[in-house]
Design a protein around this ligand. Structure first.
Ligand SMILES: [Zn+2]
Length: 355
């Protein structure tokens, strides 16, 4: 069933992804407010942590290797000790059995010529003889005899069921007693006691090290999971860093523009001072006479082309020209408006501007 196993596999993967997500989300929330610098520091810290964890994994893996070595040695020592113990017990048992001082209890159910079988046999003989009188002499007897024997055995089984159980219990008790007396007659050698102790120690060691092994594996998988989480967090950090750098760039530009704008206001004040009293002020671009109060300050070389907010680069022009010039270079503006570029330049130079 490949579809089933594939979907089970996908489910397992999805579950793991879900687990990762749940682990990561609360840990990266705080990065929203971090500066680029702080994010970079965090990145360094996480990389350091991952390095530490990698070496921790190596330590755990070597611990696991050690524990596995101990376990394999312990279990081979245990099986060796058990073999020695078993061998000595068997030898002692054999010598007691062969000496004949302690006969093995006889199984009362196993003998073929027991009372019940004999009675069943005789009964089935009589019954078969009675049945086969009418039919062809010997053949009937031979055919019926086993069938009746079997029938009587079944009847006997049902009638004597409780008695049989009793006999069985008594037999098992005898065997138990027999084994007990054999054990009592067993005199352990020094070697036997030594191996008995070894077996006990090894059992203890195996139990202890199995717990260690389990602990190490649990630790290993948790560290490996954490590394996976940190890897994902590093990826997220890249995203946060990019966002922070964009945010910081924008805010720098905003600050710069803000400074520029307030600077432009200052310069406009300075430009207005000498012409404030005058009634007929003419725009240096279109040469039309305009209201001084409606004059606007223009960057001759546009700000977005690198023009500075200085007295040399700023000039008062009429509102109409300002709305058309926007970010255009002076030459292009003149061309578009069909103004004499050279004339405009001359007028600007007279006003002390850099053209
Ligand atoms: Zn104008």
């Amino acid at each position: 069933m490949p579809t089933f196993s594939r979907s089970a596999y996908t489910r397992a993967i999805n579950y793991r992804e879900q687990q990762l997500k749940e682990n990561i989300q609360p840990r990266i929330k705080k990065y929203n407010d971090y500066t680029y610098q702080k994010l970079a520091e965090e990145e360094g810290t996480i990389r350091g942590k991952m390095k530490d964890m990698s070496s921790e994994i190596k330590t755990i893996e070597s611990n696991i290797k050690d524990v596995k070595n101990i376990l394999s040695k312990s279990s081979s020592l245990l099986s060796e000790a058990n073999a020695r113990i078993g061998k000595e017990e068997q030898e002692s048992r054999n010598s007691i059995v062969t000496s004949g001082t302690l006969p093995y209890p006889e199984d009362p159910r196993k003998t073929i010529f027991n009372g019940r079988n004999i009675i069943c046999f005789i009964l089935s003989g009589f019954t078969a003889a009675a049945f086969s009188q009418d039919i062809a002499e010997g053949i009937g007897f031979i055919l019926f005899m086993p069938a009746f024997f079997f029938l009587f055995k079944v009847i006997a089984y049902w009638v004597l069921k409780n008695d049989d159980a009793q006999v069985n219990r008594e037999y098992l008790t005898k065997i138990y007693e027999y084994n007990n007396s054999i054990r009592k007659k067993f005199t352990p050698s020094q070697d036997y006691l030594k191996f008995k102790k070894v077996a006990e120690d090894m059992n203890h060691s195996i139990a202890k090290n199995e717990i260690y092994k389990k602990k190490y594996y649990t630790k290993l998988s948790s560290v490996e999971f954490e590394i996976l989480v940190l890897k994902k967090i590093l990826l997220e950090l890249k995203r946060f860093k990019k966002r922070a750098s964009e945010r910081e760039r924008t805010s720098k530009i905003n600050a710069f523009e803000m400074k520029n704008r307030s600077g432009a206001q200052n310069i406009k004040e300075k430009l207005l001072k000498p012409i404030r009293g005058k009634s007929n002020w003419s725009c240096p671009y279109c040469t039309n006479l305009s209201d001084v109060n409606l004059a606007e300050a223009d960057h001759i070389h546009p700000v977005n082309k690198g023009g500075l907010t200085t007295l040399q680069n700023m000039v008062l022009i009429c509102k109409k020209c300002n709305s058309k010039k926007t970010n255009l270079l002076l030459r292009i503006f003149c061309k578009k408006q069909s103004y004499d570029y050279n004339g405009v330049c001359e007028r600007l130079e007279k006003l002390g501007k850099d053209v």
